[in-house]
Design a protein around this ligand. Structure first.
Ligand code: EPU
Length: 420
């Protein structure tokens, strides 16, 4: 299993190009199942979750072609299997996103039930209840969600609680080919939801209000493939900026959408960083500045994202002052805390609140990556630690960060992948 070895006490400086968004690319790839003619996607990141999704589409009969620049053409005109098997679903919960498009276009779907995962139980009841409200007959059998809508789905008024990103995306995809109008209330407002809606609208869907809590979808009879470019990954960008902050460096992330990171950039400024932006770049300059601890509460977009919680927790460990981080989205998203404590962090966990004292002196240690963002925070901690840190089980990182060691290396980090 691959591991990363990081020699600490580097100062990161320079520019890093941000890849396409994983969490936008996954639903958009699944959305290709809805089109009767080929879709060509660009800015799709080369990641393990993307490969898994492509594999899943291919097992159903989507013809996939890829050029050397990772432009991906998907032809779903001859789908022969409407099933997402367990061996793929178990490695990637986002496989549930096959359900909406399959049911919408073909009136049937069989998707293995995703289990809990490291960060929480993550049920899919809202996806299922919403599709049932649209007229689907759904039952669970032998670990599969079996859904049928022989006469097609019909529009419905659906209120979702709590706010769910993939739930909103799945129900949008279910509704685009349904008969009549669907209203999704309390929808997720994440940029990735809006990107999916923009893609589907480009194919002929009639979706209004994506990016706001109320989304209205008027069903259409078919969708035609188009070329589409996926938005940049706001969490990847935020992760490199956090690394610049803790190493007291100056890093510019390029090919980004600064407005997607508004709540995160405000917190960086509160933490003492100097932030400057252009239309497609963000620079974080921490040279000669003091890092201050900041209180954080994670909430759905446009508030502070759970996917940046671990990175800011590392910042707080090192910063001046005490602070509290409160995680409200997932019930078990603090597995990095035990690993950070091994490296010298002073963190007290009280339910969903992590309290830090600040000004910790990190030292290298052998640590284990437990989930994607937890892994990213361990790398950030390792960059400032005294001595070498070994991060094990980095397959989590490869699920969501494209060429991570190359990108960090270019910024001045001493980081090496060891394959075994
Ligand atoms: N929830 C339910 N019932 C449902 C669906 C969700 O109770 O049917 C609950 C969840 O258990 C959770 C909350 O609602 O407590 C929010 O979960 P959500 O459904 O929004 O999460 P998700 O769609 O499974 C996506 C991202 C995550 C990101 C979250 C929150 C993708 C593929 N994944 O997950 O990304 O943390 O939204 O923003 O888009 C990551 O990239 O590292 C990652 C975990």
């Amino acid at each position: 299993m691959d591991k990363l070895v990081i020699q600490g006490q580097a100062v990161l400086n320079g520019e890093v190009e941000i890849s396409g968004s994983k969490n936008a690319a996954l639903p958009i790839l699944m959305g290709a199942l809805l089109a009767e003619t080929p879709v060509t996607l660009s800015n799709v990141p080369h990641l393990r979750d993307v490969t898994t999704t492509i594999q899943l589409l291919a097992t159903m009969g989507t013809e996939v072609m890829m050029d050397e620049r990772m432009n991906i053409t998907l032809d779903s005109s001859h789908i022969h299997t409407k099933e997402a098997p367990f061996d793929l679903v178990k490695t990637m919960r986002a496989s549930i996103l096959a359900m909406g498009p399959l049911l919408s276009r073909f009136g049937e779907a069989k998707v293995a039930l995703p289990g809990g995962c490291a960060i929480g139980s993550r049920p899919v009841n809202i996806h299922i209840d919403g599709m049932m409200k649209m007229g689907a007959d759904i039952h669970i059998e032998d670990g599969f969600i079996i859904a049928k809508a022989e006469a097609g789905l019909k529009g419905a008024d659906i209120d979702m609680h709590p706010v769910t990103v993939t739930g909103t995306e799945n129900l949008i995809m279910a509704a685009v080919l349904a008969k009549g109008t669907t209203i999704l209330r309390n929808s997720a407002c994440e940029p990735e939801v809006e990107d999916l809606a923009n893609f589907l609208n480009a194919m002929g869907a009639k979706i209004k209000g994506a990016g706001s809590p109320t989304i209205t979808i008027e069903g259409v009879s078919k969708l035609q493939g188009v070329p589409y470019r996926v938005i940049p990954d706001r969490i990847e960008a935020g992760t490199y900026l956090a690394a610049a902050a803790v190493t007291q460096g100056c890093v510019t992330v390029t090919q980004v959408e600064p407005q997607h990171l508004r709540s995160v950039l405000e917190k960086f400024e509160e933490a003492g960083a100097l932030i400057t932006e252009t239309e497609s770049t963000i620079t974080l300059d921490m040279r000669g500045r003091e890092l201050k601890a900041v209180d954080i509460v994670t909430h759905p977009y446009p508030n502070f994202p759970t996917d940046m919680q671990a990175q800011f927790l590392v910042m707080n460990c090192l910063a001046i002052g005490e602070a509290k981080v409160k995680e409200t989205i997932f019930e078990n998203r603090y597995m990095h805390v035990a690993e950070l404590i091994k490296m010298g962090a002073d963190i007290e966990l009280d339910g969903n609140v992590a309290k830090t004292k600040g000004q910790a002196k990190f030292h290298g240690a052998e640590v284990v990556a437990t989930d994607l963002r937890a892994s990213a925070c361990l790398i950030i901690a390792a960059l400032v630690a005294e001595g070498a840190t070994v991060v094990n089980k980095i397959y989590h990182i490869d699920r969501g960060y494209e060429r991570i060691e190359e990108k960090f290396h270019r910024l001045g980090a001493n980081i090496q992948r060891l394959s075994s």
